[in-house]
Design a protein around this ligand. Structure first.
Ligand code: TRP
Length: 336
């Protein structure tokens, strides 16, 4: 907490194209806090380099992710939108927190286990300590809430353990953050294998709907979505494909499952899939238009990230200074 105001913090990696899962599970919820909270939303480029990146692509995606934040409804006047590497306190605090994080804790992180299987030729130390950098992101801003998709819950729990361990030794240093996971849309599944999470790195292009897919592509992907041999649109155990489509439809239309079941009573899966595709395309259209406009104005995006970095640095500097003092580091006299 910063004085009287509660703080919301989250981050998105500028790697890969964002999916409707990222949108519904996380980004869409960031704006819920814009009015009552002080909000920091970061493009986490330092996290992205834990797997190899093509420099030109990383640079392009950093602008794109920032543009997408704004296009998804985050007003840069009301939210601090910035790039992680522009605020060096993130990596500096991460080193300190490394010394308060246990090897065993990091070994239990499921994302580390998954990523080290996927990138078996590059299991670097950064991949291992990734959650410590994430804890540093969150704790630097005295964050109260962290809106995230369910896959990041374990990392926020680790962050709480680190904060608690630090606070036990140096009381009153960090605010304890709460993960906030969207009730609906917390786990959007693959359209091809609906028992698996929709993932931006899926090799099957039909499994994933990207925020920037055009209408025809969206409708085609939903038409091909895997369902079941039943013919009735209803939410039930074992109907993973239909359950997932109902959940997506509900997120985009605000209709309840009962309303959806009534709407499609006596109608086939074909009709339903088309309706889901159309609802999704209609919801994404204004975002895509705004995104295209923003990306054409690089100078504006640079202005937003510069203002964001300045605001973020101000807070980050204060927390890091407090941490260093508590640890017993000598503060150079020019800094007091
Ligand atoms: N690890 C998150 C992801 O891959 C991104 C992230 C980095 C983040 N730092 C964060 C999310 C801090 C929330 C808070 O999705």
């Amino acid at each position: 907490m910063l004085g009287e105001t509660k703080v919301s913090f989250s981050g998105v990696q500028p790697s890969g194209n964002l999916t409707i899962g990222n949108y519904l599970g996380a980004i869409r919820n960031f704006s819920l806090y814009s009015e009552a909270y002080k909000c920091f939303y970061c493009v986490v480029d330092s996290h992205a380099i834990t797997v190899r990146q093509v420099p030109a692509e990383l640079r392009r995606r950093t602008y794109e992710t920032l543009a997408l934040y704004i296009a998804c409804g985050l007003d840069p006047q009301k939210n601090t939108l910035y790039v992680q590497s522009h605020v060096h306190e993130h990596t500096e605090l991460a080193w300190i927190l490394n010394c308060f994080t246990m090897f065993g804790e990091l070994s239990r992180m499921t994302q580390f286990k998954d990523k080290s299987t996927k990138h078996a030729d590059n299991i670097n130390a950064g991949l291992f300590t990734y959650p410590v950098l994430m804890a540093s992101d969150i704790l630097l801003y005295q964050t109260d809430v962290v809106p995230i998709g369910i896959d990041q819950k374990q990392h926020v729990e680790l962050c709480r353990n680190i904060a608690d361990r630090f606070n036990q030794i140096y009381p009153g240093t960090f605010t304890m953050p709460e993960p906030i996971i969207a009730k609906d849309g917390k786990k959007i599944m693959s359209l091809a294998e609906p028992t698996k999470k929709m993932s931006k790195s899926d090799e099957n292009a039909n499994a994933v709907v990207y925020i920037l897919d055009d209408k025809d592509t969206i409708i085609r992907k939903f038409k091909r979505a895997v369902t079941d041999s039943d013919t009735c649109v209803r939410f039930a155990e074992g109907k993973d494909g239909i359950n997932n489509l109902m959940s997506i439809y509900s997120c985009f239309t605000q209709k309840t499952y009962e309303e959806i079941e009534r709407e499609f009573e006596g109608r086939g899966y074909g009709d339903f899939k088309l309706a889901v595709g159309e609802a999704c395309a209609a919801a994404l259209e204004p975002i895509q238009k705004e995104y295209a406009k923003l990306l054409a104005d690089k100078a504006y995006l640079e202005q937003v990230m510069a203002k964001g970095a300045e605001e973020a640095s101000y807070v980050a500097r204060r927390t890091l200074g407090k941490v260093k003092k508590k640890l017993g580091f000598v503060i150079p006299s020019s800094h007091t």
